[in-house]
Structures are given as C-alpha cells and as structure tokens.
Write a protein that binds this ligand. Structure first.
Ligand SMILES: [Zn+2]
Length: 202
C-alpha cells in the first residue's frame, strides 16, 4: 500500500536513477550484499542494474458479430505471421491502457477493454503476458507501422497455421471456450490435457 510518509527517493522510481557523474556505469557482475544472485553493478558507486521480467499486454478484441482482430507482423520476431495486438507495457501506464494503446498502434483500432482473459508465464524469455478481452468500437481497422495487414476474422477464418506465437493460439482458444461468459477467473498456461483437447478440435 502507498505510504504518504515514504519519500519519493524510496519509491520504485528511484530504480531508474543511474550512476552519478564520474562513474563508469554498471559493468561488473557480482552478488550484491544480502542478495543471492549476480547482478550487473557499478563498482564506482554500487548502483545495481536490475534486470526483471517484462510485461506484455494485449487483447482478444471482437466486433459485434464475434469476429476477432488479428494483425500480420511487419517486424521480427515472426515477421509475416498473425498475432493479437499486443506489446510491452510502457512506464506509467496501466495494463488496460497498454492493451488499448497497442491495439491503436498496431491496427488503428479503438477498443473498450472488458476483463482479463489470461495471464501467461513464459520464464524461458522472462516474460509475463496479460491478455484482455475487449470490444472494438468500430470495425474500421488499418495497419499501423508494425503491421503488414490487419483484419477481422470469424472463428473458421483464423489462419491457425500462420499464428506467430503459442500464446496467441492459447488466448484464442480460451476466448472460444468462454464465449458468453465474463465471470471466469483468468486462464493460465494450458495443461497438457487442454492442449490435447484443443488439438483434437482442429
Ligand atoms: Zn556508478
């Protein structure tokens, strides 16, 4: 909980402060006092450059007829493959704001965020993905700079063989499994049983 007595310098913002003048910058890997793993440190002032997982926010955004917004990637990784509008959170925005911003940036889509559909752990690449359900405020979409093309897809039109990432498939399946329901707890990484069930449905 926020504490009014906490000075600004103790807030997480202070993490972004870098070395002082005359420092050579974080360049030595060492275990800081009281910690249990190596960090990149500045030997001059003791500054620690923490590296922590990144949060990706995105949306399964649907039009009134149920069609789902997909974007074909204009950038690596997986250039040319289809994905949900999603991307890294920016500082000082909420997860919902981030998901709406990504829909605008990638597909010029105005969306109303509904609820959290899924939260996926991807420790291999130190990433957490939060995928919301959202409603398109208009079916008029067009590619932003990071998309080759964008479109609204009925379920039977989804290019399953050309989706960019497993989590795109997972989120689409969870969306489908929960059609008409909005009171579910967010989905997590699918179990092997769920994956096998979805495979049989293809
Ligand atoms: Zn320093």
């Amino acid at each position: 909980m926020p504490n009014d007595k906490t000075p600004d310098t103790d807030s997480p913002d202070s993490k972004s402060l870098d070395c002082g003048p005359g420092c050579g910058g974080p360049r030595v890997r060492a275990i800081p006092p009281g910690e249990d793993r190596e960090r990149l440190m500045c030997p001059d002032c003791g500054y620690i450059a923490y590296q922590n997982p990144l949060i990706v926010v995105g949306a399964v955004a649907t039009w009134e007829d149920g069609r789902i917004l997909l974007c074909r990637r204009a950038i690596e990784p997986r250039k040319g493959f289809w994905t949900l509008p999603a991307g890294f959170m920016e500082e000082r925005e909420s997860t919902r704001e981030g998901a709406a911003r990504e829909a605008w940036e990638e597909a010029r889509a105005r969306i109303d965020i509904d609820h959290l559909l899924a939260i996926y752990d991807i420790p291999r690449i130190s990433q957490v993905q939060m995928i919301f359900r959202a409603r398109l405020l208009s079916p008029d979409v067009e590619p932003g700079p990071e998309s080759l093309e964008v479109g609204l897809f009925a379920w039977d039109e989804i290019p399953w063989g050309e989706l960019a990432f497993p989590t795109v498939i997972w989120a689409l399946r969870e969306h489908r499994d929960r059609l008409g329901r909005s009171d579910c707890a967010p989905a997590v990484n699918p179990t092997p049983d769920a994956l096998a069930r979805w495979e049989r449905m293809l």
